[in-house]
Design a protein around this ligand. Sequence first.
Ligand code: UDP
Length: 320
Amino acid sequence: MAKDRKLVSVVTGGSGFLGSHLCDYLLGKGHQVIAIDNLITGNVTNIEHLAGNENFQFIKHDVTNYITVPGDVDYIFHFASPASPIDYLELPIQTLKVGSLGTHKALGLARAKNATFFLASTSETYGDPLVHPQPETYWGNVNPVGPRGVYDEAKRFAEAMTMAYHRYHGIDTRIVRIFNTYGPRMRPNDGRVVPTFIMQALKGEPLTVFGEGDQTRSFCYVSDLIEGIYRLAMSRECDPTNIGNPNEMTVLQFAEVIIKLCNSSSKIVNKPLPTDDPKVRRPNIDKARKILGWEPVMNLEDGLQSTIAYFKNLLEKGLI
Ligand code: UDP
């Protein structure tokens, strides 16, 4: 349907790591973008370069409360949530609320505006997986009452709510299951392995490997992820779709890569493995390849070099 105006996208969590990259990408595609964030884990410095852009607007708001957006809206990207294990351990109620109440409010906005709703879900819906790599058809192995349950179950609820709005109200919906993603604008102290190891290596401190470091993860560079998300948004696919990089390695191997790329003399120390830390994680991306023609293109070394440069710059400028 041809429109005589720009497409309008709302991005909840728009000043977070992924949300802010998504805002940039959508603006580049000619959208008008309204970012909403309550800034409990988001940071306005991630979007300060957009100040003065006539196609960009920021609203400070907690999306667990009723969301008001004037005018037409075409897409709602629901990205608001604490997303690192230490964030959701520190903010368990907010995490549950934004995944449940926040998703409900964002879906209500989609319904009111007749907009497409796009849910940022997660590989955590698979929990500590018993199927490896994880295809979208796997229902997962989640401990609902463990410390990670606040995030995992909130996102699982969010998926269920999204499908209910799709089936009952006929809302056009998408669900992406995001696997470990890294890149510039991650918070240096969010506790996730990528910023933690890079900061430790740059400061010459020991890298804190949890457990023996034999658990695996598969890391996707942020530009690849955002490209996959955009393609999924523009597709007609309503069922969940994995987006991530299948390049799997152990956490110990990852620590060694970071030490090497940072030219660091840091050592490795072992710390206790957090409760319910998934032992393996790797996306099966056959579906994204097939229906979106998407696969990651950034290799790990190049992606990490740009991420390391980002943190180095913040350190040199005394910003962290
Ligand atoms: N990890 C680690 N040291 C750290 C932070 C994380 O060994 O300082 C491990 C963590 O136990 C997990 C993996 O790195 O196995 C990835 O952790 P992250 O917090 O990035 O996210 P997750 O993939 O668990 O959601």
